[in-house]
Design a protein. Sequence first.
Length: 398
Amino acid sequence: MDKYTFLQEYNVDRHHTDAIKWDGMEAEFGQSDLIPLWIADTEFALPKAAKKALLNRIEHGAFGYSLTPKSYYDAYFKWQKDRYQIELHQDWMRFGTGVVQSIVNMLQVLTEPDDSVMIMQPVYYPFANVIKNNRRQLVVTALKNDHENYTIDLDDMAQKMESKAVKVLILCSPHNPVGRVWSESELEAVFALCQEKHVRVICDEIHHDLIVGQRPFVSALSIKDGLYRDNLVVLDSPSKTFNMSSLLVSHVIIPNPQIRRKYDQFVLRQALPQGSLLGKVAAEAAYHYGQEWLDGLLEVVKANEQYVREHLLEAYPEIEIAPLEGTYLLWVNLKKVVPEAKLKQVVQQKAHLAVDFGAWFGNGGAGHIRLNLATEPRYVKEAISALICAIDENHSNF
């Protein structure tokens, strides 16, 4: 589907629908008159087939306790096999209500209080929050940054795994917010190190369908024909792919039977929900019939990225923008045009943008902003025009 057809058929107005991105701005930013390019969801309705499946199920009218049908596994497994050559098995699969909640659960299964857990910053900030909130010790390894081209610092990772007795690495692949799609060789090096150091891996692959660059996504499950599967757990969800976060369904993929047994015991003790009926109904239909929808979304994201890159760099060539290989989130370094102390003033108060500020993402994030490009192009154009004007005004005041 081309971007014009996609926008015509799926663009929706989310004002006054209790959308956090729109109606929650005042609570988060203290203002409601901002252009929202922050929280990672979209202004697009889910695929028509998923909506139809939901309506049919609602028409039935009964919502008692429900099983996950074999047809769900078939749809999801075919999607993963056709797109990424991943072989999955039903006995590996468990369900949750969201990836972050599943990270919390896996930390409880794989670690004890005061154990050390490593993350690669700058990274999605709930990782650090859940580690600290669950009485685990946060260990940070910083990504190497060469003019917004990010790579993994294996030497630093190895040294800290040893010195801090790290038990678990939380890996983001593709990486939010810097937009990297880790290559097979990069992932293999990380997994080999983790195996050597006896470090388990929780791999968040929630953005794996959102590939906008040339580098293909490679799942942790397929590295070296599954050599490292027993040392890792993979988490993903249809929520980012098809814009269904509030439908509360995510996947917990556990190839290792011992870890699976511990996880099942934990779920039983905590009486945890295993996703939601309506989430699975919508996701199954989307996995069957959502490819064209996803193609349209990615065309919109690519066009928005090109617009931001061209217009920002034309106005201020000193700005550095990370290559967008995966996710719909663009990582922009404004350090050379806006002093860090004035970033919020220029971006939020003058340009009237609601963005995720880089400092939220930890080590290496200061001076950056993260822009959500999965939105109507007019919002992106208004935002970039306003940002350029705000930077101009800030410069004229020196």
